[in-house]
Design a protein around this ligand. Structure first.
Ligand code: DGI
Ligand code: FE
Ligand code: FE
Length: 198
């Protein structure tokens, strides 16, 4: 078992059951990323006077659904009443928005703030709660992340959470445009809200 534990406040599953369920859904690399996001979210929560246990749990489960097969996603989007426009995107977009459905089903998490933070963790949104911002940013700067600009992202985010959100959105949008990838409208709206210099 991993040397890691989670609050048992937010799910009827025990910490050990939750960790085992998460581990069963993903490879070791993704699992270590989730632990890194959990620990970074806890650190950001401490700095921003937010519930540390709640941030740690949300960080841990944020990518729960990342490796669910494409066919299962397509079926879930159709059967569970998700916006059919989601079918025009891929797992990068699905694992947050639709992933939150699997988190409720499998991990029995009902807390609306946790569910929303998982939904928003990839694209961000115009409206973001403190927990949304913590998880969004922790995902980008956890210790396992290594890309040009990550040190600057850490510096900015630890000094000012909102600025961290803006930095991440500018970086992500630049990366997506470089790839000529399709931008999910929420990503663009979030960029306009958080990244544009005032
Ligand atoms: O799940 P992670 O890899 O830990 O991180 P994430 O949930 O932030 O997902 C990052 C990926 O999602 C990255 O490859 C960029 C992609 N992404 C974010 N916004 C958009 C997007 N991809 C597309 N096509 N459109 C978007 O708007
Ligand atoms: Fe993710
Ligand atoms: Fe992630």
């Amino acid at each position: 078992m991993v040397d890691f534990s989670l609050s048992e406040t937010f799910s009827p599953l025990t910490s050990a059951e939750l960790i085992a369920q998460e581990k069963s859904m993903m490879d070791e690399h993704r699992f270590q990323h989730c632990i890194g996001v959990s620990q970074t979210a806890a650190k950001l929560a401490r700095l921003n006077h937010y519930d540390v246990a709640k941030a740690a749990l949300t960080g841990f489960v944020h990518d729960y659904a990342k490796q669910i097969p494409v066919s299962v996603y397509r079926q879930t989007i159709k059967e569970q009443g998700f916006d059919p426009d989601l079918l025009n995107y891929n797992r990068a977009i699905w694992h947050g928005i639709v992933g939150s459905w699997f988190i409720q089903r499998d991990l029995k998490i009902t807390d609306p703030e946790i569910i929303t933070a998982v939904k928003r963790h990839t694209t961000g949104d115009v409206t973001m709660t403190t927990l949304d911002k913590i998880v969004f940013v922790a995902d980008f700067i956890e210790p396992g992340r290594d890309f040009p600009g990550v040190e600057e992202a850490r510096k900015v985010a630890y000094a000012d959470l909102n600025a961290g959100v803006g930095y991440e959105l500018a970086h992500t949008l630049a990366f997506l445009i470089e790839q000529r990838a399709k931008i999910y409208p929420k990503t663009l709206l979030a960029y306009n809200q958080w990244a544009v210099k005032k």
